[in-house]
Ligand binder design. Sequence first.
Ligand code: FES
Length: 345
Amino acid sequence: MSRIIIQPSGKSVECKDSDTVLMALERAGYALPNNCRAGACGECKVRVLEGQYDQGMVLDMALSAEERRQGYGLMCMAKPISDEMVIEWGTADARPKLFPPREGALFVLIERREVARRTLEIRLRPVGQPIRYWPGQYVTLGDERADIPRRAYSIANAPRPDGEITLQVARADDGVTSAWIHDTLRVGDSVKINGAYGTFIGDPSAETPVLCLAAGTGLAPILDLAEAALRRGYRKKVDLIFSARTAEDVYGQGMMAWWRTKHRNFDYKITLTREQREGYLEGRIDAILPSLYPDLSAHSIFIAGSPEFVDACVAAVKSLGAKDALIHKEGFFAIQNTRSEGRQS
Ligand code: FES
């Protein structure tokens, strides 16, 4: 057991021998940003001020040799070796914000349906206590006994009293886990869920118009966030733009149409990038945005999709005046090894 001390707040958390620093922080409810949980994206990078730790295997593009020299480390893979480890993260009043994640929570698959080409939606109901989560967070799903690696999938629905969660799983080329979910998991099967994780969460105190941008299964956390905001009576405008390659890749439209009918402050648009179809916009979101939203200086922006999609959208919204502090993003990283498909939402 080691102790992780967070500076400048001076708060500390215990870290079990088998745990990474990220896991220890999350258990205590701290929202350290993270994405791939595998040393590939660099989201969890912090400076280590004191103490020794085993960094584990990480990619150079996520942590350069120069950054290592400067004392930076990736906390999703770092395991403390010394009794104490001091990291620099957060503000002087760093406070727990997230619900501590659970491991091995038992769920039963109660429904599965193909919602778009190569995209399966599964509904999972907890057998015991529901997992507590913030809209926008994700869980991991896999089966260690069958050698199916755990992969991260965003929860696509706002928290419900019965604890049910919906995941939307795109079939990834060569993806062991998504192939297992698509081809092997059946209604009635039990699965073990870990989570919830992630910091792609809305600020409940925000009072700005909201623009959500999603591509592919990046729609899942966006649906979750939008549903939660509308359900709690958010009064400002909430707009959603969903980018899909073709009409066959579009899903979630029924729910978005229902929200638009029920909530006067909600609207959505769908744009296709590889096909022209009546009723849809045409072109990439970053290209069509200036004509739709010439001024985004007052908006909170939520962006989810591939890292390339996120980067292009961030550049586009910034050029339209969006403020850094109001831009929230979730890029689904592909982990570079042969048997994983990375983040699928
Ligand atoms: S490198 Fe740590 S979360 Fe991606």
